[in-house]
Design a protein around this ligand. Structure first.
Ligand code: TXA
Ligand code: MG
Length: 306
């Protein structure tokens, strides 16, 4: 059930979470499938409903920076610099976990990823009961992340209290994941907060890619439509697909001229093309520059065969 947000429904969603139910909530990146971090049964339901492997940890969402000390063991200077600069916003920070935080959230690991999402509805749900929420993207494992309430699948919808409708996500792809649990900070998942911006904030070199054992969520195929998707340097005749420049034919969706605009529209465009029953979705290769790196990451994963 899609629920319009107002004072009563925000309170009701908060109560449902306190009672151990799951709720789909809007964020600026993608919609999330939320559970109260203190409720083991609810956390287990997240993994079950998504069909997500148990070795893939969940991000803990806060509504206030001061909550970080309850889930992370140490908060280094770098943490405060980044939180001041990017929160609320699309940056998840990995830190050594606090001993009280359940290992079902961290997939048995000793670190936890945390962020404050930039969406008033979800911040309202959390702050009304001082909640902290485990919240993966609200898609079945491997599928496209929903960027609007109506793009949440029926499978997910059937297992939750409701979907709070917060409009279209303004960022459109998942947060950047930055690991601060080692000496050397490294980006585990690229996103709209770029390496350059993180380097400028911390005044130091940041690695990308890091240790792949540290980012269990980096599957080769991910964020994928059901229809086969391919990357092309030129559209075929009568192609259905996605472009970053003015389309010359019908059936091509212009996702955006720049990577931010493109990110915002990418998943909805793939979802729309996925409903057409076409044989293949063609994605025109964008420029090979660093600012397009998060787009390259997502379209490559969408185009990896099963
Ligand atoms: O933008 C987002 O981050 C969205 C919204 C809802 O906040 N959430 C999201 O969660 O994308 P999810 O579960 O779909 O992706 C979380 C990613 C996975 O790749 C996971 O492996 C990684 O973050 N991650 C979570 N905790 C981690 C940890 N302790 N160490 C390393 N990677 C971690
Ligand atoms: Mg996800």
């Amino acid at each position: 059930m899609i629920v319009q947000p107002n004072r009563d429904s925000i309170q009701a969603a908060s109560n449902a979470l306190l009672a151990g139910q799951l709720v789909v909530l809007p964020t600026e990146t993608v919609y999330g499938l939320a559970a109260d971090i203190r409720n083991e049964t609810a956390i287990a339901s997240i993994f079950r409903l998504k069909g997500r492997p148990n070795d893939n940890p969940l991000i803990v969402h806060l509504h206030d920076q001061s909550q970080a000390k309850f889930v992370a063991r140490e908060l280094p200077d770098r943490f405060f610099q980044l939180a001041e600069r990017f929160w609320p916003g699309p940056l998840s920070i990995v830190l050594p976990k606090h001993r009280v935080l359940s290992k079902s959230i961290t997939a048995g690991g000793e670190t936890v990823a945390i962020r404050i999402p930039d969406h008033p509805v979800t911040l309202g749900v959390m702050s009304s009961a001082n909640l902290m929420l485990a919240m993966p993207s609200a898609n079945p494992f491997m599928s496209l992340s929903p960027t609007r309430a109506d793009l949440v699948s029926h499978e997910i919808e059937s297992g939750v209290w409701g979907i709070l409708d917060g409009g279209a996500s303004k960022v459109g792809i998942e947060s950047t994941v930055l690991d601060l649990s080692d000496q050397q900070p490294s980006i585990l998942r690229v996103g709209i907060v770029s390496r350059q911006e993180i380097e400028d904030c911390l005044s130091e070199y940041i690695q990308t890619g890091g240790d792949s054992t540290k980012s269990p969520g980096q599957y080769r195929r991910h964020y994928a439509p059901r229809t086969k998707a391919v990357l092309v340097t030129e559209f075929s005749q009568n192609a259905h697909g996605i472009s970053f420049s003015e389309p010359k034919t019908d059936h091509i969706i212009l996702a955006g001229h720049d990577p931010h605009e493109y990110a915002k529209n990418l998943y909805a465009a793939l979802a729309e093309l996925d409903t057409l029953g076409v044989e293949v979705i063609e994605i025109l290769c964008p420029p090979e520059t660093e600012e397009w790196a998060p787009i390259w990451d997502r379209i490559t994963k969408a185009a990896t065969p099963l």
